[in-house]
Write a protein that binds this ligand. Structure first.
Ligand SMILES: [Zn+2]
Length: 577
């Protein structure tokens, strides 16, 4: 609907309604919205009662009570009437419209589920001090609205705080005058009005209505006339400062002007501004707030939802599209293909020294612009790229691993999810993704690659080791992602068990750290089955912490996946040299 067009009309309608309706004595327990067209509203709860009036789809009314399949509503002028419940949608039970119910999570790694019980699947997890909107309670479970969406959380891990005082979204009125009402409907009595440009703090939302504080009381305004600027889930604890090296993620500001605050919440004092297009290293991320360092050297916090994130050390622009970068063909007769893989059709050939501009990077392949204006794809390992684009590992000096038998072991699988990330990443899925990418790169360099699993399948630790023995592999690389209660912990750790495995572990570790610039947690001896019981040179790599929300975000990027697999390949090459 082109609502703007109707603003004058709606406003006069609102004004008119406000004039003819006397104040309501008490706020209703919720609202309903009409979902059918031209619906009869009746004197009583049944089809035999007289029709009082007709209402239209989208109309909202205060809900009074329910009887069987019928709902009693307030139709204004103090009148009550009944509407069939199959022709309405109910606003999710807000216990009271006069105050929104907020909650604070009281523990770390609290799981959010799709339903009220542990049998329901996990949407993700929340951490201590995260704020949620409480929607309803069922037994020992609470339905909440979180940054992960709607879900259920155990009552034991949420503390209720009535009528949120901290945080809240900020909005600006963009109608010339907007009524503030006692209930979230045009039937609510008018408490006063707001002028264009006035700023309000939004306490709650209901059916398109926003609850605000107005003259020391709570009121409702139509959300159609409010421009919501930002939301804050206020990190109530001081974000950990000890681990404040760069995350390796660059954020580019997408808002025209964005406040920089001294803490990660809307309550933080504004200390500076940044503008659209400005880029910063993200130092830390807490509840959607991002810590950056300004050019002046000062540190500050900005709202993360106004940032487009990309990996650093790549000058690939917004969507991985490198600006003004070129590839130079290394060999005569190089195939240019219709897609980014070796199975795609050869559509052109190029010779050594030919240059093409890069349209986009697709994993190991570059999409290039051909002389006819069309796009083609060339394998990254047979070209040289100008600076500013990730150089795919090249063939050539790679005879070191030619015909080496390398077994990649993606950790977990099937019923064993491994770790669940702060935002829901399952370790078993990410290890498989990394393994497949690593496999492609090792194969491209002539290695004989075997995977312990190549799909979401459960595999015992014993059978993984047996496969390594049976195949008599030259190297066994077990891939994992880490998790720990302390969500500030991050970085990569490489494990060996037997001393003859140490050199493989340290070669891979060094190269992977160099490529990814992830925090270095060192090469350690670890008592893990797949390396302890392994007679082959075997290592177990923990490629970063899924329990750290910022690191989880980074680990999932294709750029990290590229870099870490490049590093592992390099490490393996060095090991075999
Ligand atoms: Zn694992």
């Amino acid at each position: 609907m082109h609502i703007k067009k109707y603003i004058p009309l709606l406003l006069s309608l609102i004004l008119l309604l406000s004039l003819i309706h006397p104040p309501l004595k008490s706020a209703a327990a919720g609202t309903i919205q009409v979902s059918g067209a031209n619906v009869n509203v009746r004197e009583g709860p049944g089809l035999s009662y007289n029709v009082v009036k007709k209402v239209n789809k989208g109309d909202t009314f205060s809900f009074i009570k329910e009887e069987g399949d019928w709902v009693q509503i307030d139709i204004g002028s103090g009148k009550k009437a009944w509407i069939a419940n199959w022709l309405i949608t109910k606003k999710e039970s807000t216990t009271s419209v006069a105050s929104s119910t907020k909650g604070t999570v009281t523990a770390n790694s609290v799981r959010i589920r799709t339903g009220p019980g542990t049998s329901h699947s996990v949407l993700g997890s929340l951490n201590k001090s995260d704020t949620v909107d409480i929607l309803k309670t069922e037994g020992n479970w609470v339905q909440v609205n979180t940054r992960l969406g709607k879900g259920w959380i155990s009552k034991d891990y949420v503390q209720t705080t009535k009528g949120a005082t901290s945080g809240g979204n900020i909005g600006t009125i963009h109608a010339s005058s907007l009524n503030v009402r006692s209930t979230p409907s045009t039937q609510g009595n008018v408490l006063g009005s707001l002028k264009k440009g006035e700023k309000i703090t939004i306490l709650a939302q209901q059916n398109g209505w926003l609850q605000i504080t107005y003259k020391n009381q709570q009121g409702w305004i139509s959300g159609d006339y409010v421009k919501v600027e930002s939301s804050s889930s206020t990190p109530s604890s001081t974000p950990n400062q000890s681990d404040s090296n760069a995350t390796g993620i660059i954020g580019t500001v997408t808002a025209t002007s964005l406040n920089v605050r001294n803490s990660g919440s809307l309550n933080g004092q504004v200390i500076d501004h940044v503008s659209k297009g400005d880029s910063f290293q993200i130092l830390e991320e807490v509840n959607s707030w991002v810590k950056i360092q300004l050019k002046s050297g000062k540190f500050g916090w900005i709202a993360g939802w106004y940032l487009q994130k990309s990996m650093s050390s790549e000058s690939t622009g917004a969507n991985g599209s490198p600006k003004n970068s070129t590839v130079t063909i290394d060999q005569n007769g190089t195939n240019i293909r219709s897609g980014p893989d070796l199975n795609s059709k050869v559509i052109a050939r190029a010779n050594a020294g030919d240059k093409f501009s890069i349209v986009k990077v697709h994993k190991d392949w570059y999409e290039i612009k051909l002389s006819n204006g069309k796009s083609g794809y060339v394998a990254g390992w047979i070209v040289t790229v100008s600076s500013g684009v990730p150089q795919v590992e090249k063939l050539g000096s790679s005879s070191d691993i030619k015909n080496k038998k390398i077994m990649i072991d993606p950790g977990h699988g099937g019923r064993d999810n491994g770790a669940t990330g702060a935002k829901g990443t399952l370790e078993k899925n990410l290890t498989l993704k990394t393994a497949q990418l690593l496999s492609a790169k090792l194969k491209a360099r002539g290695a004989k690659v075997l995977l312990t699993r190549n799909n979401d399948q459960y595999l015992s630790l014993g059978s993984r080791v047996s496969m390594a023995h049976y195949q008599n592999v030259d190297a066994f690389i077990s891939l994992h992602y880490d998790s720990i209660d302390n969500h500030t912990v991050r970085g990569m750790t490489s494990y060996y068990y037997h001393s003859n495995q140490k050199s493989l572990a340290s070669n891979i570790h060094t190269a992977a750290i160099k490529q990814t610039k992830i925090k270095d947690r060192g090469v350690r001896q670890g008592n893990y089955h797949v390396i302890r019981e392994n007679r082959q040179p075997a290592v177990l790599l923990e490629l970063g912490y899924l329990s750290n929300p910022t690191e989880e975000l980074m680990l999932n990027t294709s750029q990290y996946q590229e870099q870490v697999t490049n590093g592992i390949v390099q490490g393996i090459v060095t090991y075999f040299k």
